[in-house]
Design a protein around this ligand. Sequence first.
Ligand SMILES: C[S@@+](CC[C@H](N)C(=O)[O-])C[C@H]1O[C@@H](n2cnc3c(N)ncnc32)[C@H](O)[C@@H]1O
Length: 278
Amino acid sequence: MTTATPAVPRTPDDVPGWFWKVDQDLFSWFLSRQSAAGVSGDLLELGTYLGRSAILLGQYLQEGETFTVCDLFDSEAPDESNSAEMAMSYRKTLTRAAFETNYLTFHPRLPEIVQAPTSALADGRIPAGSCRFVHIDASHLYEHVAGDIRVAREALAPDGLVVLDDYRSPHTPGVAAAVWEAVADLGLRPVCLTPEKFYGTWGDAEAAKEVLLSRDWQSEGFRTSEDLIAGSTVHRLAWDAPAPTRRPVSHPTARRLAHDLLPPIAFRALRRTLKGGV
Ligand SMILES: C[S@@+](CC[C@H](N)C(=O)[O-])C[C@H]1O[C@@H](n2cnc3c(N)ncnc32)[C@H](O)[C@@H]1O
């Protein structure tokens, strides 16, 4: 249980979570390009935590569209493994109230909230073919993620995008198994990959890649590369935070330091040595 009241965030980046620059930029890019092309559809997030990614998704919600988030928040997990995962990673910090406070700091209205295991979404409450973008970032257990992928497939419009978190982290092999199984057996087509997320579609992957490549990511400092997977090109993108610049210590600074710190006799001896060309 959380006792301290969390601070109200000043920017979405103040909200704790796992949603970094390259994915923030890709979400923004794909969602804004959809809107610019006149594509409308609902948004769905499975696994919301304190709202870091949901807040950005909400920024792209257009008139007439619905944004639904599904998370356990303070509720019990449906099985022991999920319960252990919740206890290890989220229980100390996560409440529905904290999510709502964070979200309402940046948006006038809350999204539709389903406080339940994501398996609850398999009941058809998300209309089939209604979504243009689904973000899956909930349980990391294979059975759950495989179910979440089926929910996304049903919910997505023909060219909608699904994004899957933690598809390659060492501690989430179940996600990797479910993602690549969907590629091999369920017709999911990869569009691009970042260190944290897999982007794919059951629709026209080539069109989605064209949208991706209509921005010059490299000139903005992103690292890009291409891979062939089963004969189809997949783009990889990454962002390396610039290293902090360190000013070299100059001789005058060193000399000033020595002057301030050494006894006068030692300082004069050091100065004689340095003048001697050491
Ligand atoms: C990695 S966090 C989500 C991070 C969030 N998308 C962000 O960008 O910060 C995973 C979330 O999934 C939720 N979760 C875990 N298992 C779940 C399940 N079976 N059904 C619904 N939500 C679940 C947890 O409560 C947690 O909030």
